[in-house]
Each structure stands twice: as structure tokens, then as C-alpha cells.
Design a protein around this ligand. Structure first.
Ligand SMILES: [Zn+2]
Length: 265
């Protein structure tokens, strides 16, 4: 199974029409499952050949963008409530405070649930809803809203993927709190150190991917702010991780983000 996450930059000053980006990732990355963030939400149906879930209308009036989970050759089913409790089971609704930023879907292959995927966009707002330029408040807040998922009967196989708007060194505590493993870090030894890696405390162990180019300056910060986290059961099945401009030359002409891709056996 190949899962990708990519921010399409449809919220502000898109570089390409959404249809071109769906076509590109389908032809070039060929994912089974993809999380799109800052994606223009489809009007009614996704492009032919894809299944997808999203929140109609997106983030709000005149902001018809949000997180979209899409798949090809798999079944993609929205998850809006979960069953928790070992003895007294109960059904609990999943109610992320920004619904279009955190979308949850089951990915089913044949008759088997492969994983439950949380597509996550770290809105750059603080506790008061004021702009703060990072997702260090919104990402843990959204995951806390989804806490029932992590204690539900789906808890063994969960992937959280998307644009967290956070640097790697800020994500460790979140991974720990939700018992998730960072697929990029797990495979860091497969890659060279990312020169100029922002917000990184891993020194010569850094194997981060350049996923966001902030502006067109030659000195634009080199930063990984898009991540794929997985529960230990799924992390055990992780084969390879790749992405960024080394894998996809010319990616900055399509979006200011580059895809991160994880392959699971
Ligand atoms: Zn790094």
C-alpha cells in the first residue's frame, strides 16, 4: 500500500488548477491512498477513478478548501463515530473543532480494513483563533478532539498524515501522546542529512524531507512540515519513505509543498 500526503496550495494563490494536481499525483506518484491538504473541495464527485471523502463547503463560506482523503482501487469511507469501551461499549461521535481540517476515513481493501486515516491540516491559529503562523496549538487540539478514535476498536491501525505546520522537533510530544511513530524518522537512516533542515534537533541522524518551500527566494527556508505518523502495528509494515524535490523535480511549479510518500507491505 502506497500512501501519500500533499498540500495542494489551493487556499491562497494556487499555482495550478486542482484537476491538474489530481492528474499529476495519479500519474506520477500513483498512490493507493492520498491525503490532500489545503485542497479545493470537489463540488460533488472526485475525478473519475477516485473515491474520496471531504467536508462539503470546506473551511467556510468563500473558503472552499479543506482536507480530502482519496483513494484508487480501495474503498474510502468516512468515519464520523467510533465504538469505544471493552466492557460497556458505546458509540461516540468524532467532532473535530475544525471539521474540514481533520477528516477521518477507513481504507478498505477487499473486505478488510487496512487502516483508518486521519487527514490533518494544522491551522495556523492559537487558542483564541488568532493567526499565529504555526500548527503547534491546532494539531494537538484536533487530535484531542479525535481522542475516542485512539481508544476505539480501530486503534490498532491508524495513520495521521498531513500538513502539521510544525517543525520536526515540535512533533515528538504529539507522537508520544497518541502512541504514534513518525514514518520519516523511522526511515531516516535511508536518507542523507537534509541540509539547512529547520527546527531539527537530530544532527547527523536527520533524514528529513524538504516538504515546504516558503516563498521563491533562493534562501527560502528548507523545512519539513508535512508528516505521516502511524500506530506501531502499521509502522511494523513500513517499507520505504520518500518524497520532496529530490524525488519530484519541478514540484515547486505545482505547489509550495512536495509530497511525502510511505509504502507499507
Ligand atoms: Zn532534520
Amino acid at each position: 500500500m502506497r500512501l501519500a500526503t500533499w498540500n495542494l496550495k489551493q487556499a491562497v494563490a494556487p499555482k495550478k488548477p486542482a484537476a491538474d494536481l489530481w492528474q499529476w499525483i495519479g500519474d506520477t506518484v500513483e498512490p493507493d491512498v492520498v491525503v490532500f491538504t489545503e485542497a479545493k473541495v470537489p463540488n460533488e464527485t472526485p475525478p473519475a477513478g477516485w473515491q474520496a471523502v471531504w467536508i462539503p463547503g470546506g473551511v467556510g463560506p468563500k473558503r472552499r478548501w479543506g482536507t480530502v482523503i482519496a483513494g484508487r482501487g480501495v474503498q474510502v469511507t468516512a468515519v464520523t463515530s467510533v465504538t469505544t469501551g471493552r466492557v460497556r461499549q458505546k458509540t461516540v461521535a468524532l467532532e473535530p473543532r475544525w471539521p474540514a481540517a481533520a477528516v477521518v476515513a477507513d481504507i478498505t481493501v477487499g473486505s478488510e480494513r487496512w487502516a483508518t486515516v486521519v487527514g490533518l491540516y494544522g491551522l495556523t491559529v492559537d487558542t483564541n483563533g488568532d493567526k499565529c503562523g504555526h500548527g503547534r496549538y491546532s494539531v494537538p487540539a484536533l487530535l484531542n478532539d479525535l481522542e475516542p478514535l485512539f481508544t476505539s476498536d480501530r486503534a490498532d491501525r491508524i495513520i495521521v498524515a498531513g500538513d502539521f505546520n510544525m517543525w520536526p522537533s515540535d512533533t515528538w510530544s504529539i507522537a508520544a501522546d497518541f502512541e504514534l511513530l513518525d514514518c520519516v524518522s523511522l526511515t531516516a537512516a535511508d536518507r542523507p542529512v537534509l541540509a539547512g533542515c529547520s527546527g531539527c534537533d537530530e544532527g547527523d541522524q536527520c533524514g528529513h524531507l524538504w516538504t515546504h518551500r516558503n516563498g521563491n527566494s533562493p534562501n527560502a527556508a528548507v523545512q519539513q512540515i508535512d508528516f505521516i505518523f502511524a500506530t506501531p502495528t502499521l509502522a511494523d509494515e513500513l517499507d520505504t519513505v520518500y518524497g520532496g524535490p529530490d524525488t519530484y523535480p519541478g514540484i515547486w511549479d505545482l505547489s509550495d509543498h512536495a509530497p511525502v510518500v510511505a509504502e507499507f507491505s
